[in-house]
Design a protein around this ligand. Structure first.
Ligand SMILES: [Zn+2]
Length: 154
């Protein structure tokens, strides 16, 4: 195990999401509403990664994320690994790819979009050269970069 992973306590049962790109990590934390989760959650940011340079990690003890939370993470952390841990062993490892619709606390950047009063639903897609994940608003059907999606605040 790499050194940096020892900086965060091992868990016996739960979920470890590894190789999360630093770039959108704060947005992921907002969307997960960690303040509403009762299980212990450990978060690591700016950790050294051979693949990404720097990365972030989220570990949840004795609990799992909902499918919608997982879809949110996949949108903003394409390529991250989603590991389910049982009895201290990894029993399932999945590379996250944004495929599911994301229905969360995000609003559409288009100021004329009908979804701004509520919240929007976004469909993941790739940008023109296929290098970056972007999102299409289900209501106005415009495509946006992830950095432009803002949290819905009432
Ligand atoms: Zn829209």
């Amino acid at each position: 195990m790499a050194n940096e992973e020892k900086q965060i306590k091992m868990i016996m049962n739960g979920v470890v999401i590894d190789h999360i790109p630093n770039e959108h990590f704060l947005k992921i934390l907002q969307l997960l509403r960690l303040d509403k989760i009762k299980n212990p959650v450990a978060v690591g940011f700016n950790l050294t990664s051979n693949r990404l340079g720097t990365k972030a990690i989220i570990k949840m003890d004795n609990g799992y994320f909902t499918p919608q939370q997982k879809a949110n993470i996949a949108l903003f952390a394409h390529g991250a690994t989603y590991n389910i841990i049982e009895g201290g062993e990894v029993v399932s490892k999945e590379v996250l790819t944004p495929t599911e619709e994301v229905n969360s606390r995000l609003i559409c950047p288009n100021s004329r979009c009908v979804s701004r009063v509520y919240k929007s639903t976004f469909i993941p897609c790739l940008n023109d050269d296929g290098s970056k994940v972007e999102a299409i608003c289900k209501y106005c059907e415009l495509q946006f970069s992830l950095a432009d999606l803002k949290e819905f605040v009432k």
